[in-house]
Design a protein around this ligand. Structure first.
Ligand code: ADP
Ligand code: MG
Length: 246
């Protein structure tokens, strides 16, 4: 079986700053991997590499069978990878001048040449799926944060991604809206979506993750099943981090 993501000895620098150090990480189809770690440890950079939003300097990266070379190498697969990987950000990044439905229709029409009628039907189906079918014709600014983030998830799903990346999808939300976004993510996981999720929601991680990865200063220092990592962390850095956040 092909790995969805395969990183081997991957290194990433911002100038002199060595941000990702020798990352070895594979993600299998249907797997939910939650990435935890302190602010600045490299979590965002790691998942941004998985869709080519960040270049890396050395090592190997393959996404759904497409090899993406380090900086300066062959980037031919980039367009294909972008089509296959959906991303949801902390700040929802919706297009403010487009209605909710148009936000969702845009990429399939532009990137995949999906006919408008088909894109429209898909958008309606996805909006119902994330529980906001009635908001289709509103503009993003007229929606709550939780609703906007669900639109962002629907927008990513419209491209029928093979992998979904979530970078702290609930960190910008008021507490009462966090649950509705996590519920959608939980459903996606149940339906078998392959997901890499950066989050501070440890309850979600424990319940939904197949694997939890703890990153410290650009290195994976511990990974395992959520109950093992949370209840019995082996590395003292992990222990210290968890004692601060749990
Ligand atoms: P996290 O998501 O875990 O908070 P990031 O991956 O955003 O961490 O950042 C890792 C390190 O890289 C931090 O020291 C951050 O300041 C630095 N960094 C992130 N993005 C850039 C950038 N575009 N240019 C320079 N440094 C960056
Ligand atoms: Mg981050």
């Amino acid at each position: 079986m092909t790995h969805i993501v395969e990183m081997k000895g991957m290194n990433k620098y911002f100038g002199k700053l060595h941000v990702l150090k020798n990352i070895d990480l594979t993600v299998e189809p249907g797997e939910v991997v939650v990435i935890i770690g302190a602010s600045g440890s490299g979590k965002s950079t790691l998942i941004r590499c998985a869709n080519g939003l960040e270049e890396y300097e050395s090592g190997k990266l393959t996404v759904d069978g497409h090899p993406l070379a380090p900086k300066g190498g062959n980037q031919k697969a980039l367009a294909e990878i972008r089509k296959e990987v959906g991303m949801v950000f902390q700040q929802f990044n919706l297009f403010p001048h487009l209605t909710v439905k148009r936000n969702i229709m845009l990429a399939p029409m532009k990137v995949k040449n999906t006919p408008e009628t088909v894109a429209n039907a898909t958008a309606e189906r996805l909006l119902n799926r994330v529980g906001i079918g009635s908001q289709a014709d509103k503009y993003p600014s007229h929606l709550s944060g939780g609703q906007q983030q669900r639109v962002a998830i629907a927008r990513a799903l419209a491209m029928e991604p093979r992998l979904m990346l979530f970078d702290e999808p609930t960190s910008a939300l008021d507490p009462e809206m966090i649950g509705e976004v996590l519920d959608v993510m939980r459903e996606l996981a149940k339906e078998g979506m392959t997901m890499m999720v950066v989050t501070h929601e440890m309850g979600f991680a424990r319940e939904v993750a197949d694997r939890v990865i703890y990153i410290h200063e650009g290195q994976i220092v511990e990974q395992g099943k959520p109950d093992d990592v949370f209840d019995n962390p082996q590395n003292e850095r992990t222990q210290a981090f968890l004692s601060r956040v749990l």
